[in-house]
Design a protein around this ligand. Structure first.
Ligand code: ATP
Ligand code: MG
Ligand code: MG
Length: 383
């Protein structure tokens, strides 16, 4: 292989696994730090993996010794460990970017300096009912109370509808660092995958995301009923936001499209992202391919980020029984142009992402028709 440098990946869940799929096709060795038999390790047979957690300093040090470029499938990693090893191994994106982004409040304070539009927000210091009531006076109701850290799939968010909800909200997010956001009355949620290379900031087209119980359920690529102008504006906003951070690789940018067609940033993830899974079948290069190329300084032809065919991605989320998610995969076997991705996570827990299905078709309407029976199956699993 022309490039024998090794990649180290913090985290071996589904995102790490799909990164390994991209590495494998380029003969790049990916060393994964996570528990034994994690999804990424199951498709990568060599003795370079590290057993442990991306939150353990010693394990991060060990991974650093075994690779040339280190990256992460998750932002909730020990960035102090990353800072320590950054002198001996390349860390992408930078530990500074990951540290700022992993704290949603700090992320927003940082982005504010770059003029990125966001929902008005207030930091909580004491987390008392009196303090939150004062914030409620300022932001109005409803407002979203959010944990600054360790947030994912809406676990860390609480909608505060009125002053009466304050005790319940503070109880639900007890012992977590908090801030509150003004309610965003969006008509649609949009997302853009941004790829930061050594000298460019590239973007994939704008997609539409549909969340159910704060978990991403569906992604429509490109976003439906969105003008070219808004599609371009969303990409420009996403690139501008990502340009505010140091380092290379993929970043997922979530946005709100408001009633007046203006855009607001929801949050950034310093990694490959669920909203970009459609790129595996929908584009010339997937977000995983592009991430690996970006951190290894390999060429990324801009044309390869265009959508080749309209695509819809449906997440398969754990249901009431440990194997209900397999019903969706089984149903997809008979659907034309349905690519099935199961993550080898073993038994499902309710709400856990177990796999996804992407349907591509000549038109978005056709893709919608083809995927509808699968959406029905998924809805029945969750019910
Ligand atoms: P993720 O899994 O994407 O990391 P998360 O737990 O970090 O999710 P957010 O992305 O902040 O949480 O919010 C989850 C969802 O909650 C959003 O996609 C949106 O539907 C809703 N939401 C978040 N903030 C607001 C807001 N200020 N106003 C209205 N709805 C909001
Ligand atoms: Mg998040
Ligand atoms: Mg989010």
């Amino acid at each position: 292989m022309w490039n024998s440098r090794k990649v180290g990946i913090l985290g071996g869940g589904q995102l790490g696994r799909m990164l390994v799929e991209s590495c494998n096709r380029l003969n790049i060795q990916a060393n994964v730090l996570d528990a034994e038999n994690s999804p990424a390790k199951l498709i990568s047979f060599h003795d370079g993996h590290v057993t442990g957690s991306f939150k353990e300093r010693e394990a991060v040090r060990q991974l650093a010794k075994s690779c040339d470029v280190m990256t992460a499938e998750i932002e909730h990693v020990d960035t102090y460990a990353l800072e320590e090893v950054a002198s001996e191994v390349q860390v992408e994106p930078s530990w500074q970017a990951i540290r700022t982004i992993q704290n949603k409040f700090n992320q927003k304070e940082h982005l504010r300096q770059y003029g990125i539009p966001m929902a008005d927000h207030r930091e909580l210091i004491k987390n008392t009912p009196e303090e939150l009531a004062e914030v409620g006076e300022q932001l109005g109701y409803p407002m979203m109370l959010k944990s600054k850290t360790m947030a994912y799939d809406g676990r860390g968010n609480f909608r505060v509808n009125s002053k009466e909800d304050i005790p319940e909200a503070l109880e639900a997010l007890k012992d977590r660092p908090l801030y509150a956001e003004k309610w965003a009355y969006f008509k649609m949620e949009l997302a853009v995958m941004v790829i930061k290379t050594k000298d460019e900031v590239l973007s994939y087209p704008t997609v539409e995301t549909v969340q159910e119980d704060s978990i991403c359920k569906l992604v429509y690529a490109p976003a439906r009923n969105v003008s070219d102008k808004i599609n371009e504006e969303a990409q420009a906003l996403a690139r501008k936001a990502v340009a505010a951070f140091e380092g290379k690789g993929a970043f997922g940018v979530e946005m709100f499209l408001l009633e007046d067609n203006s855009l607001m940033l929801c949050e950034i993830a310093s990694r490959i992202h669920n909203s970009g899974h459609y790129t595996i079948e929908g584009c010339g290069l997937s977000q995983f391919d592009s991430h690996i190329r970006a951190i290894m300084d390999l060429p990324i032809p801009a044309k390869s980020l265009e959508i080749r065919q309209p695509s819809i991605m449906l997440n398969i989320i754990g249901g009431s029984a440990p194997d209900t998610h397999l019903k969706a995969a089984e149903a997809a076997l008979s659907i034309p142009n349905a690519a099935i991705h199961l993550y080898s996570k073993g038994a499902a827990k309710p709400g856990r992402k177990m796999g996804h299905i992407t349907v591509t078709a000549a038109t978005m309407h056709e893709a919608e028709t083809i995927i509808q029976p699968l959406i029905d199956v998924v809805d029945n699993i969750r019910a």
